[in-house]
Each structure stands twice: as C-alpha cells, then as structure tokens.
Ligand binder design. Structure first.
Ligand code: ISL
Length: 566
C-alpha cells in the first residue's frame, strides 16, 4: 500500500506494572515507577507502551479482574499518576495502549454485585446466570449448567447460594463473564472505551476478545482426558456474533479517530483464516491479533505437559501465518508476554555459554518477520525463567490452582513442581532486573514475588554500556525496523523448511532483498552448503560478527544475520 498504517513500522513494548518498577517501596510496581523508567523505553526506541491492567481491582488475577474501569487501583497509584504517565510518554513520542478486559469483570464490580443481588435485578442479564442442570439440585456434584472446564482449573460455574443459580466464569470464580448478548452491556463498554480515548490513550490490547460471543444455548463440550470436566471452547471461542460485536465496537468507539490508534485482540485458539477476516481493513474490526499457535507447539495434553519444540513445526506455523496474512490483514509478532515462560529459556539456551547469543538470535528471528513486534519487559535484556524452590514461591492463580488440583488428585508433589517450573506464568512476572543491587533495583521494600537471583549478572545497568548486549541488539533491531521498508513491508518467503536447526527466510521489496538466517542451535553450519546466496552478501545486522573467532563463512552457534542479497 502507498500509505501503510503507522503501526506497520512500529514496535510495541509490554509493561506488566506489578513487576516493572516500584516507586514507593511497597514491593509492588506502580505508575510512578514506570514514569521513572520512560527514558529506558525511549532509549530502546519503542513506539508504543502497552500497560497490563492498572484499573481498580481485587487483584485475584493481578488486575485482569476489574472492579472499576474508570479508576486506577491504589497499589498502582492514582488516575492523576496515569494522566502524568501518558503525558510523559507522549512527550517522548511514545503512545500508550491500555489493556481492555471486557470478557469478564471482577465479582466485586458494582455491575456484578447488582446482578447477583436478585433474579429480578435489572442487571441480572448482564452476566450468564443459569439454573442447575435439569433434574439436579443446586450444589450437587455435576449440577453445573455445562460440563466446561475453567482455564484456571475446576468448573466454569459458581453457585450463588442466595438465588440458587450459577454464574459463568471462564477464568477464576472472581471473574464472571459479561453477557455480550445484552446491548446495555455493549453500550456500557463502548462508553467506557470512549472515556479512555478522550483521556488520551492511544488504543487497546483486548483481553480474550474472541470469547465475548458465546453460543447462546451453551452446549456441553467433549470430555477432557483425565479431567471430570469437558472442553467448552467450541461454544465460546469465536462465537457466532464475534464479527458483529467487533464491527459495532469499531463504529461506536474508533470510527473517525482510528488512524492514530492501535487495536490488538488477544485470541487464544484463533485460526489464520479467522485472523485474516478480523484484521481485513475493509471489515473495520481490529488492526491485528495475538495468535497462540507458536506458543502451543511445545505443549502436550496441556501447558503443564512439556514436550520438545521441533524447529520445523515452528517454521511451518510462522510460515502459514506469514502467508495467510500477506495480502490482507496483519500479524503481531511475539515470543513473550506476562502469560508465557521466558523466551531465552524456552526457545533458546539460557546456559551461561549461549544465553546472550540465543537471546539475540531469537530477537533477530522474530523482528525479521513481517508484522508488528512486541517486546515484553525484561526480554530486551534476555531475562530468563526463575528458580522455583517450592510451590510456595509461586503467586499466579493459574499455577496455584493447578498445583492444588494436582494435589487433590494425589499427584506426586515433586512431579507437580517439576511441571510448574518451566511453564508457570510467574516466570514472566519476576521483577525487572534494573541493576545488580538487592532486589535488582526494582524496589526498596520486599518484592511481592522473588527477584531472579541471576540479576547480579543480567540487568539493564550492565547492558546499557555494552555495545554487544542483548539490550543493544534490540535497540539495533528496532532502529532497523524504523528505517527499513523491506523489514516493514517486504514479502516473506520461507527457506529450508525442513532444516532442523537453521531458520532462514527472505524479505523482498521492489528494490531490495534481505536474507534472514538464524542458527537455532549450537551446531555450526557451513553457509555455502546451506544458502550459497548468503556467501559474500552484505551484513546488515549480525549478533556475533564482533567476536574475534567469527568466521563469515560459518554459521556459528546461535549465529543470526540479516544480509542484503540484492
Ligand atoms: O495464560 C494462559 C495459559 O497459561 C492462557 O490460557 C491465558 O489464560 C489466556 O491466554 C487468556 O489470557 C488473558 O486473560 C486472562 C488473564 O489471566 C491473562 O493474564 C490474560 O493475558 C483472564 O483475564
């Protein structure tokens, strides 16, 4: 396109406020902490900051359970602090995106309090209330209206004793699902979104937005092996009215002002075809979505059942997404977020020998693709999964519920802990490592979750002055994206799809071809054998070319290069 949207050349940085920087010593990150670190983000060069939720919340799911959409939770600061953060970010040319969590509210939101007060409440229908299963009495085992399993273990239904009905919660019981079938719910959400845009925010990351439309008859799902529950996802993923709801939201909230904004929908289970529809500009729904295929490739029966990732699977997956959204739609690109283990531990090699090289290799690979890259806090310095000595070290509700459920089943505690270690969301939630001091410069108090002991070596301060650090490499990749039209918009073509260690592709425009070649292993390869066109090509950006033992003809361990071939 002649005038591509601004976000086709942008890089987004995700802040998880609880773990970013604490300004007041209570051990929990806050808005003024973020304000104090904006120069780090400006120096990194990112265009947008996405804030995970800072709204008023009981913090059952660290803010993804909202009790007031128009206020800031006291643990994070005040609305005035948020206004100041937005102003300070804008002064540095950084846009601010809010997390929008509207599939569900907190059970302490006044809407739900009113809804649960009586079956005759005018807000009863704002949530999904259902009687017990036919012929069963409320509270009896298996009396839940459907057999669905919650994302956070147990059933998706909670009995309200007072009215004898159950309410639906796909996530925790403190996160009741809003009923989007009700037009009043949609209008209330739209009004709240306009209120934030008027306040100066630059867009939204929309939490599980492909779950807002449910099949209204709420059918049972197929049984899940080893669980008393079933998989209801066919009834609540990408439901029959999703397109309608997204288009309506666009009309009611974004129309007329969308050129400066960015919208990204989080969509677990989304297919390429669905993503292509939702991000087709002519439909006016969303700019891009987060898909989950690549972060499921190392899962067995579920996320706690780890299996080795095959690079060929990763290539096949990314390749299909690149091809599927080539002429219509747009990809978002990520390894990490607040729900995923750390990329360098998961897809790279976090041993001392290869940590820096594999972190820079993974970054090069991701940022080389077509789409908008997302950098999750700490990823820019190669933060790794943490050390978990016992189940008590975890804080995340998903992790703790799974541990409790496993214990109830009589599972071996050591095996459970071994499963939690690489997979827990808390790997992403340890405090950002600013320096080598106690608590990594994150807080002067007691951090709400332990700092990774490796902070003495792996921290922002140590990397800031090092021209070859993981941080410096991210800065270079972001600079390249800003400057280079081929990186922004060039056509993608996968090479060597069957190679088990080397990930290579081209990006092509009318006047340039770039070749991205990454060794996703410690085994060296002769470049001439793999990709003759790479031999002698101009190096645009590499991760190991500064090393004394670097040989341009050999793709060394975790070697990553962006080459200009024409
Ligand atoms: O985290 C997951 C797997 O470990 C996902 O299943 C996750 O729950 C799903 O992607 C939805 O995530 C979003 O909504 C949740 C919240 O807990 C997550 O932090 C958020 O990213 C409920 O609001």
């Amino acid at each position: 396109p002649a005038n591509p949207p601004w976000w086709t050349s942008a890089v987004v940085y995700q802040v998880y406020p609880r773990s970013f920087a604490d300004s007041d010593g209570d051990g929990i990150g806050d808005l003024n902490g973020i304000r104090g670190k904006l120069d780090h983000l400006a120096d990194l060069g990112v265009d947008v900051v996405w804030l995970s939720p800072v709204y008023r919340s009981p913090q059952d799911d660290n803010g993804y359970d909202i009790s007031d959409y128009r206020d800031v939770d006291p643990v994070f600061g005040t609305l005035a602090d948020l206004d100041a953060l937005i102003a300070d970010a804008h002064e540095r040319g950084i846009k601010v995106v809010m997390d929008l969590v509207v599939n569900h509210t907190s059970d302490e939101h006044p809407w739900f309090v009113e809804s649960r007060s009586s079956t005759a409440s005018p807000k009863r229908d704002w949530y999904w209330w259902r009687d017990p299963r036919d012929g069963m009495s409320a509270g009896a085992p298996g009396a839940e209206p459907t057999n669905w399993r919650s994302f956070f273990s147990g059933p998706t239904w909670e009995l309200d004793e007072a009215t004898g009905q159950y309410y639906l919660h796909l996530f925790s019981r403190k996160q009741p699902d809003l009923n989007w079938e009700n037009p009043e719910v949609r209008a209330a959400v739209h009004e709240m979104m306009r209120w934030w845009l008027d306040r100066g925010v630059d867009g939204f990351r929309m939490d599980v937005i492909n779950m807002i439309s449910k099949q209204a008859d709420l059918p049972d799902g197929p049984p899940i092996e080893g669980s008393p529950h079933g998989d209801g996802s066919a009834a609540y993923l990408f439901g029959p009215r999703l397109h309608e709801f997204l288009a309506e939201m666009h009309r009611e909230v974004f129309a007329g002002r969308d050129a400066q904004l960015i919208t990204v929908g989080e969509m677990p289970g989304v297919t390429v075809e669905q993503a292509r529809e939702v991000t087709d500009p002519s439909r006016r729904e969303l700019d891009m979505v987060f898909q989950f295929e690549h972060v499921g490739l190392d899962h067995g029966v579920d996320k706690w059942d780890a299996r080795p990732l095959r690079l060929t699977d990763l290539k096949a997956s990314f390749g299909r997404w690149q091809a599927g959204l080539a002429d219509v739609g747009w990809n978002s690109l990520y390894w990490d977020n607040h729900d995923q283990p750390r990329a360098v531990s998961r897809f790279g090699d976090d041993s001392p020998r290869y940590r820096r090289d594999s972190a820079t290799c993974l970054a090069t690979l991701l940022h080389g693709h077509r789409g908008t890259p997302y950098v999750y806090q700490g990823e820019e310095i190669g933060m790794a999964n943490s050390v978990w000595g016992s189940v008590r070290d975890f804080r995340d509700i998903e992790t703790l519920n799974h541990a409790a459920e496993s214990a109830d089943r009589g599972a071996d505690p050591d095996e459970v802990l071994a499963a939690l270690r690489p997979a827990s969301r808390d790997n992403a939630r340890t405090p950002v490592q600013w320096d080598a001091t106690e608590h990594a410069g994150f807080t002067t108090g007691e951090p709400w979750i332990a700092v990774n002991p490796d902070h003495v070596e792996w921290n922002v301060a140590a990397q800031r002055e090092d021209p070859h650090s993981v941080l410096a490499h991210h800065r270079a990749l972001i600079t390249l994206r800003h400057a280079n039209r081929t990186i922004q918009l060039g056509a993608f073509a996968m090479l060597l799809p069957d190679h088990e260690h080397v990930y290579a592709f081209t990006r092509t425009t009318d006047d340039e071809q770039l070749l991205v070649v990454c060794n996703v292993s410690a085994t060296p390869y002769e470049l001439a054998d793999l990709l003759p066109q790479a031999v002698g090509a101009e190096l645009v950006l590499g991760n190991r070319d500064h090393l004394p033992d670097h040989d341009p003809a050999v793709l060394g361990p975790w070697d990553a290069r962006i080459l200009r071939t024409t």
